[in-house]
Design a protein around this ligand. Structure first.
Ligand code: PEP
Ligand code: MN
Length: 379
């Protein structure tokens, strides 16, 4: 059962303490509290996990701090969207809002290779009005002989340059608790010039220990990439590990699935699942057109396949784009075949804006024809 408290309730108030005390004495029930700072209000949800069948919704709703109680009827107990829920999760991190209603662009280096490229990338982002990026410092690779990322040695200049160019959030993959500690330590040492979104790579989608570790910290939000060889249902269950461990600030990323039928693309593009994730869960949805497609081939009209699939995801309502750019793609040490040159950034952004506008028109149209209440349409 999910117990939603009255918005912006003081945690030291008698109403709150009495409510919590009552819930904590329910036999055989695990109580988890989670507070999210949205752009307008602070929302606290209390999860009653375990055998909740015998608990009366009316009794819970009669408690002084409770706005509403929702019986969970789906598998994904925390991240799932229950039938009575209009709203998805919305959270703010370092000044950037993440939700099922907006769109954030994370263009950047697949892997940090040197300081000069980091500087050029950050500068290009700044000049194009972007405040988020991707920069891999820890790179899990197929071969142990391949470049493994610069690790913690590059963090100080990555964070400092992000601060210099007003970058608020960097998506960065981690594969071990040590990486989270190193990121935290380096951000502190450099005076928190930026923020980090911890990325769970597709290869670690079912690394449950890592998911528990990343989920048990609340400092950083998490970008969870679906597993490339498991079902969507299994991937959502894996993301639920993050929330169950305590972190609800989770974004679900589609990045294609492994299949020879996807050729000549690197993976079979799965952006048809954008609306499915919106329907089944409350998570914002990210698309990664670079790792899905893997090549920069263009159609006769001059648009690359990466642009095309990106538009397909956005026109269905994707909330975040994770995309590989590089100041000089031929020099990129990881995934050079899919990196777009930073000179194309203005073109890419205009192309995205067209697709987003089309999505917004489609959403308004659905609102009109589906005869839904306006509040349901924007939630
Ligand atoms: C990445 O985004 O750098 C990456 C390695 O992606 P994936 O885990 O989806 O392969
Ligand atoms: Mn890559």
């Amino acid at each position: 059962m999910i117990v939603i408290l009255k918005p912006s309730l003081d945690r030291t108030s008698l109403e709150y303490l009495q409510t919590l005390e009552f819930l904590q004495q329910l036999p055989g029930i695990e109580v988890q509290t989670n507070t999210i700072h949205g752009c307008e209000e602070i929302i606290t949800e209390i999860y009653l996990l375990g055998k909740t069948q015998g608990i009366s919704k009316e009794n819970i709703e009669a408690l002084p701090a409770v706005l509403r109680a929702i019986k969970i009827s789906r598998d994904y107990q925390i991240l799932g969207r229950q039938p009575q829920m209009n709203k998805g999760f919305e959270f703010e991190y370092n000044g950037v809002i993440f939700s099922q209603n907006n769109l954030n662009i994370f263009a950047g280096l697949c892997a940090v290779d040197n300081e000069k490229h980091v500087e050029s990338m950050m500068k290009a982002l700044y000049e194009n009005g972007l405040v988020c990026t991707r920069m891999g410092a820890y790179k899990p690779r197929t071969s142990p002989y391949a470049f493994q990322g610069l690790g913690k040695s590059c963090l100080p200049y990555v964070f400092e340059k992000a601060g210099k160019y007003g970058i608020k959030v960097i998506a960065m993959e981690v594969t071990h608790q040590r990486h989270i500690d190193e990121i935290y330590h380096c951000l502190t040492m450099t005076g928190n010039p930026t923020g980090v979104m911890l990325q769970i790579g597709t290869r670690n989608a079912q690394n449950f220990e890592l998911l528990r570790e990343v989920g048990s910290q609340q400092t950083f939000p998490v970008l969870f990439k679906r597993g490339y060889g498991i079902t969507l249902n299994e991937s959502i269950h894996a993301a639920e590990y993050l929330a169950h461990a305590g972190n609800r600030k989770v974004i679900f990323c589609l990045r294609g699935v492994k299949s020879l039928f996807g050729a000549p693309h690197r993976n079979m593009v799965d952006f048809a699942h954008v609306p499915v994730i919106h329907r089944l869960t409350r998570m914002p949805v990210c698309i990664d057109p670079s790792h899905s497609v893997g090549i920069l081939e263009r159609t006769p009209d001059g648009l690359s396949d990466i642009y095309h699939v990106c538009a397909q995801g956005i026109i269905s309502g994707a909330n975040m784009i994770l995309v590989d750019f590089h100041p000089n793609p031929s020099l990129a040490v990881v995934d050079s075949r899919q990196a777009i040159s930073i000179h194309e950034l203005p073109w890419f952004l205009e192309d995205i804006a067209i697709a987003r506008e089309a999505f917004e028109k489609r959403r308004a149209l659905a609102c009109r024809f589906a005869e839904k209440k306006a509040v349901e349409c924007i939630a």
